[in-house]
Write a new protein. Structure first.
Length: 116
């Protein structure tokens, strides 16, 4: 098995802007159900939502700017790490993600093994 990271972009309800509305609560329940099922199958390795704030450090001069994103709709709202036999299986697993119900995206990336 290999590890893959899902980066969640966009969507109408990030963890930071979810409110007490019925729609937001249903959305959070869908996420918990999906992740719970992945955990029961031994697929889920780890997951965390991300705060909407941050800093970006870039270049030789290490220039610091606010915000790790250019547009809110492209902001990474969180990540999951999953086990899958290959990227095709990881993509298929990602299709169950609730972010698609909110017009969001999932970027599926293989995690490169590092020799130490």
């Amino acid at each position: 098995m290999e590890k893959f990271m899902y980066l969640f972009r966009g969507g109408d309800n990030h963890a930071h802007n979810a409110n007490d509305s019925a729609v937001a609560q249903e959305n959070m329940q869908a996420w918990m159900k999906w992740m719970g099922e992945l955990g029961q199958k031994g697929i889920l390795v780890g997951a965390e939502p991300l705060q909407p704030t941050g800093k970006q450090v870039s270049g030789k001069n290490k220039v610091v700017t606010d915000g790790p994103y250019a547009e809110t709709k492209e902001m990474v709202g969180g990540y999951l790490i999953v086990n899958a036999k290959d990227i095709d299986e990881a993509v298929e697993i990602s299709k169950g993600c609730p972010v698609f119900n909110e017009n969001g995206k999932v970027e599926v990336r293989p995690i490169q093994k590092m020799e130490m």
